[in-house]
Design a protein around this ligand. Structure first.
Ligand SMILES: [Fe+2]
Ligand SMILES: [Fe+2]
Length: 284
């Protein structure tokens, strides 16, 4: 089958990501210089991303292998599949945001589009490492946990801020920690190439968190700080306690420009539901 023509506008590109079930279509970059001309007609945002057989979303999630288990190749493959899928969901979530809020400032839409492109690259990088382990994404389950947050985000009074709080300042902030935990675990397990990918993702995540903090503050005129803006917008049941892993990395948060008050609030946050959804699904 011939590949379809590249999308003409950013909205059409995002719609294609959500309506195409196959991985190649979801990971194909937008063409250079794509227009952000927005249609006057509202675009219906799909409730769920299309997924071909082998990529279907499921409601449950298994725990991630513990870092110490990554000396074994099957555990490394399970982690790489999970991380690749988290990146794929991130691609779909940024496509969702761009489609859902065409009225956002052009500068923010450019940031969201650039982040979407980073997430596509991250997915490809993890998939390459999975292939090096003779693994396939289709051999692993794909939790819909991150996508499920779009329901509360969509119902929020201030959807764009809820999105930035949930995705940028909860899941991506937590990933500042998880990427380093698993970088070190891959390294100890003898898989330096996967450790390098985790470091690359970590470095990009610093920028993603910084962008989310900058824009949530700009879009929240009544908030006195980044922390204030976060707490006004974060959709239940997410909270500060979900924005970290057990190994808390202060330096990454400082590099991302988070305020001292925000960093301390996350560091000291206690979850009332330590179990239930499980730590593993916090990793993006
Ligand atoms: Fe990513
Ligand atoms: Fe990210």
């Amino acid at each position: 089958m011939l590949p379809s023509a590249p999308a003409d506008t950013l909205s059409a590109f995002c719609l294609r990501i959500l309506q195409s079930g196959d991985l190649a279509a979801k990971l194909a970059p937008a063409r250079a210089g794509i227009s952000d001309r927005r249609d006057s007609n509202a675009v219906a945002v799909p409730e769920r991303p299309a997924r071909d057989p082998g990529l279907e979303l499921v409601a449950s999630s298994e725990p991630l292998p513990r870092p110490g288990a990554l000396v074994a190749a099957p555990a490394r493959a399970a982690c790489l599949a999970r991380f690749a899928h988290h990146e794929l969901l991130a691609v779909e979530l940024f496509a969702f945001a761009l489609l859902r809020w065409p009225e956002l400032p052009g500068a923010l839409r450019r940031v969201l589009a650039a982040t979407l492109r980073d997430e596509q690259r991250h997915c490809s990088l993890y998939l390459e490492r999975l292939a090096a382990h003779d693994g396939r994404l289709a051999d692993h389950p794909h939790s819909d946990y991150f996508w499920r947050q779009t329901t509360a985000i969509g119902k929020s009074e201030n959807g764009p801020c809820a999105f930035l709080a949930a995705i940028g300042l909860t899941f991506e902030q937590a990933n500042l920690d998880f990427t380093l935990v698993y970088r070190d675990a891959f390294r100890v397990g003898g898989d330096e190439a996967s450790a390098v990918v985790c470091q690359q993702v970590h470095d990009d995540e610093v920028r993603h968190v910084r962008s989310a903090a900058v824009w949530i503050t700009r879009l929240s005129p009544d908030a006195e700080s980044d922390l204030d803006a976060y707490q006004m917008a974060v959709p239940f049941p997410l909270s500060l306690a979900r924005a970290k892993a057990r190994r808390f990395d202060r330096t990454a948060r400082e590099r991302a420009g988070l305020s001292e008050a925000f960093i301390e609030a996350v560091r000291t946050a206690r979850s009332t539901q330590e179990t239930g959804l499980g730590r593993g699904v916090s990793q993006k």
